[in-house]
Design a binder for this molecule. Structure first.
Ligand SMILES: [Zn+2]
Length: 235
């Protein structure tokens, strides 16, 4: 499992990769999990957490309420007694086990979504879960850790959030994609203008490593390049 360690000693472990990345943040005492991947990977996720010796998870942060991020939220909450954290604009989806239907941002995803999107997303409904902590704009996690922030980075969905660790590493959900060589632009977004502005918010931190839910880590230059290219076209 790939790991990153920040200057203050936070360890970030990529517990699952491939379908969707799941990250565990640990300071040696407390554990925070970011996203949960899809329902069918529940056993694998538990095994990986066992291998890491994880017995309790203090917080489960959901970057947004799509099924490939939130499907195991209820199971995590029940098994590891975690507090579930999500943005206000995603609460209704999570409590209903529902997905925000995004618009396609690329020429090949737009028609696909228009035709089959609604049916597909109904098929991907997941076990509903009640959140314990609802974030509005920014949340300073200092009640449980130092130098950890959640910031609202809307665009992919209205309530997408990014987790800023030590002002060094950002766990960004689907606000960026690490899949395509030529761009960090995700294939699905509800509001592309907001998403580009959210990249600006991420670039306003000192983070140098961006960990998306899909694909590999993205460096600051790649985010800056896409941001510069698109921000001038946005009012
Ligand atoms: Zn998503």
């Amino acid at each position: 499992m790939k790991q990153w360690i920040t200057k203050s000693g936070y360890k970030i472990t990529r517990v699952l990769s491939g379908r969707s990345n799941v990250f565990l943040l640990s300071d040696g005492v407390r554990n925070t999990l970011v996203d949960t991947s899809v329902s069918r990977l529940w056993n694998k996720l538990q095994k990986r957490l066992d291998n890491l010796g994880v017995q309790s998870i203090d917080y489960l942060i959901l970057t947004h309420a799509h099924f490939d991020h939130a499907a195991n939220a209820r199971r995590i909450k029940e098994k590891y007694h975690s507090k579930v954290v999500i943005h206000r604009d995603e609460v209704n989806y999570l409590t209903n086990g529902d997905n925000v239907l995004p618009g396609g941002t690329m020429f090949f995803t737009r028609p696909i979504l228009n035709i089959i999107g609604k049916r597909l997303f109904y098929f991907f409904r997941y076990e509903p879960c009640k959140p314990d902590l609802v974030v509005e704009t920014q949340y300073d996690c200092k009640e449980f850790e130092d130098n950890l922030f959640l910031i609202h980075t809307p665009g992919h969905t209205a309530g997408s959030m990014s987790f800023i660790v030590d002002d060094e590493i950002a766990i960004v959900g689907d606000t960026l994609f690490g899949v395509f060589k030529w761009s960090v632009f995700p294939p699905y977004a509800v509001d592309t203008k907001s998403m580009v502005k959210s990249w600006g918010k991420l670039l306003a931190t000192n983070c140098t490593v961006f960990l998306p839910s899909h694909g590999s880590s993205v460096n600051r230059d790649s985010v800056q390049k896409d941001y510069d290219k698109r921000i001038s076209t946005i009012k």
